[in-house]
Design a protein around this ligand. Sequence first.
Ligand code: F6P
Length: 415
Amino acid sequence: MRVDSDFNYRRSQQGKSMSQRTRIGVLTSGGDCPGLNAVIRGVVKSAARLGCDVVGFRKGYEGLVDPVSYIPLDTRNTMGIINRGGTILGSTNKGRFAARVGVEDRLDLDPALLHGVARTVDQLSLQGLICIGGDGSLAVAQQFHEYGIPVVGVPKTIDNDLSATAFTFGFDSAVACATDAMDRLHTTAASHDRIMVLEVMGRHTGWIALHAGIAGAASVILLPEIPWTWENVCQKILERENVGKRFSLIVVAEGAELPDHGIVRQRSADGCGQDLLGGVGHVVAAELENRLKRETRTVVLGHLQRGGPPTNFDRVLATQFGAHALRLVLDKQFGRMVSYQPPTVNSVSILDAVNRISRVSETSSAVIAARALGVSFGQHPPGTPPSQLSLTREKQNHDESDADERLLSDAATEI
Ligand code: F6P
């Protein structure tokens, strides 16, 4: 069926002059992530095979209006970009279209802006506009759709926080980066008998922390979704010491709330943007050093997680998203967003997508498996009275000499 409709579509384009050919717009909005270029390439290459033209708007939604800024995209100027991080179109999470998050708490766009965007779409004779972005950018796309602008969404974010798709591209690359950092921290932590705290991104969800924590063999994973206590984190570290493991790795999500002190922010939202999270890793390290009197260090991975080449998984997912988004435009399925519903790529309404944030569930198989292996989430194991969870300093000192002897053999095999 699909092949037939592609064939018919190609035939309908044959013999048309350049000005009559179907033209589609594409843009990348919000924070960048690995795989954006692979989506652009997926759109352009599949469009070219069907005889359609593509234009790419610069700097996200900003390029759509006052001043309009775009470049024609073709198979030549998108060649060799599948493995390139960032976005050849540029992006922004600030400006006139920023932070129109969600639907319930949404900020309506200025009608003059919407009118300007509709005029650009009309003047360039665009059959549709493919908007590649996270929840905030997709909320903007939804407002375009309600205004009658023909849009299709493609979900991107390293945070993986959209329920409407099993994975967003960029997430796997961010996890790979964080896991690599964990591998590197492991060897130095073991050499120096240190506690290492790795702070990763993810905003208000703990997907990156959970996956990097499991893949990188963390002892403790601290997430926004699971309340934790200092005592339980210390307890895990002391338990490890008791069996001779005198180093520990902790992964903390930037949005993990401190016990009784909430989220650590670098900067609060200023009305046209989002809160800038970050800093919890340093707080965790300082508190553990104070409580345990052990050397503790922090690494804040930051934007390294957003840069560099996409993983194979992200390249494949992004390519499918690009080709599928083009198909949605040609089929006039506007107001839809491509979505990965394993094993296939499908679509959902953008409205549904922006309304549902995906958070780590305590009962997810990944959390259950991690717990089964002894990973601590800083929480009491169900049914354990807190009093049984504290080790005395005396007991620790007693164990230290035994532990020293066991250390060399254990450290070689255990992570
Ligand atoms: O949403 C992606 C993300 O990288 C978050 O994980 C992080 O909190 C935020 O963007 C950082 O934003 P900025 O690039 O504006 O510092």
